[in-house]
Ligand binder design. Structure first.
Ligand SMILES: [Fe+2]
Ligand SMILES: [Fe+2]
Length: 335
């Protein structure tokens, strides 16, 4: 028994040595590719932690796209004109499409769509916290386009150069559509600002309510963001949270001036030395409260999402039955 055990151990040891040597060689290929700014494709070797990070990030992104349809979808029936309704339908539909590209990209990493959706519906997976706030007036829809989609673009443009091929390619198309979302929002607000005093007040009120939440969208400060360093090393994250936030502030202040609204931050001013705008303190307690499920609409959003999924069961059943029918027919023809 000892001998046999010993013999087995030697064999195991040898195979462990061989496989760890193989792993080291594969790891070296992965590292070289990352260092050379190359792309990792689904069939390539990748360390488990890289795969897990990507599944988490891409699925959170996909969930954010489809949950993001809800606050705006609420306004399709209340849009003020046929033109605004058509634009809003197109935008909400785009967001659904973004979710589909991203779920497909996440699936290339070996996780099924059902598992991803289950994590969302049971509250295990996160989505962008910005969608847990209510859309109180029509101006909110314009502000979401201008600021929320504007912040999303700032976040997402660097992802077009992400080291994981399927994610990077999905982002190229998404960013083009996000740019339309941002412009339609800004244009809707410009129109309202040329209208009555009540309309201008409505825009200002929406800006006041969304501004700080949009700054928080870039995530915690770099000093509290330990995952970012590894994400940068792997070429998943290219620009830090604070740098992206600064870019957003710098780009948005002149747009607010053209629009004729004020941004609700007494500390917001141009800093000649830094060549950037300084801005005030973000309320991180409020941010974490919402991330952890205690925002004003967390429960409602999740409940609506689960209801929509359950109501769609008949579509999935019908698609499967149709595919089965096609398969049977093909088999019969082949026989
Ligand atoms: Fe989107
Ligand atoms: Fe969008």
């Amino acid at each position: 028994m000892y001998t046999q055990s010993f013999t087995t151990d030697t064999t195991t040891l040898k195979s462990v040595e061989r496989s760890s040597a193989e792993d080291a060689a594969k790891m070296a290929v992965f590292d070289t590719k990352i260092d050379a700014d190359g792309r990792i494709e689904p069939q390539d070797f990748m360390p488990e932690a890289y795969r897990k990070t990507l599944v988490r990030q891409i699925s959170q992104h996909a969930h954010s796209e489809i949950v993001g349809m809800l606050p705006e979808g609420n306004w399709i029936l209340r849009a003020p004109s046929l033109k605004r309704k058509a634009i809003l339908i197109a935008k909400v539909q785009d967001e659904g499409g973004h979710g589909l590209y991203l779920y497909s990209a996440a699936e290339t990493l070996g996780t099924s769509r059902d598992e991803l959706l289950d994590a969302l519906h049971t509250g295990k997976a996160k989505y962008s916290s910005i969608f847990n706030y209510p859309t109180l007036t029509w101006a909110d829809i314009g502000v979401i386009g201008w600021l929320v989609d504007g912040a999303a673009i700032m976040n997402q443009i660097p992802l077009c150069r992400c080291s994981y091929g399927p994610y990077a390619r999905a982002m190229v198309r998404i960013c083009k559509e996000e740019s339309f979302h941002q412009r339609q929002g800004y244009e809707a607000l410009l129109t309202m600002m040329k209208g009555s005093q009540a309309q201008r007040d409505m825009v200002q009120d929406a800006v006041n309510r969304w501004w700080w939440k949009c700054l928080a969208m870039f995530g915690p400060p770099d000093s509290d963001s330990p995952h970012s360093v590894q994400g940068m090393r792997w070429g998943i994250k290219r620009i830090s949270n604070d740098d992206l936030r600064q870019k957003f502030v710098d780009a948005t202040v002149p747009q607010a001036e053209v629009l004729g609204v004020s941004l609700p931050d007494p500390d917001l001013k141009w800093n000649e030395t830094r060549g950037h705008y300084d801005y005030g303190q973000i309320d991180w307690d409020e941010f974490w409260q919402t991330v952890n499920g205690h925002g004003p609409c967390n429960r409602e959003r999740l409940a609506t999402r689960v209801r929509a999924h359950n109501n769609g069961q008949w579509v999935r059943d019908a698609a499967l039955a149709y595919a089965e029918k096609q398969r049977q027919r093909a088999m019969k023809e082949a026989a």
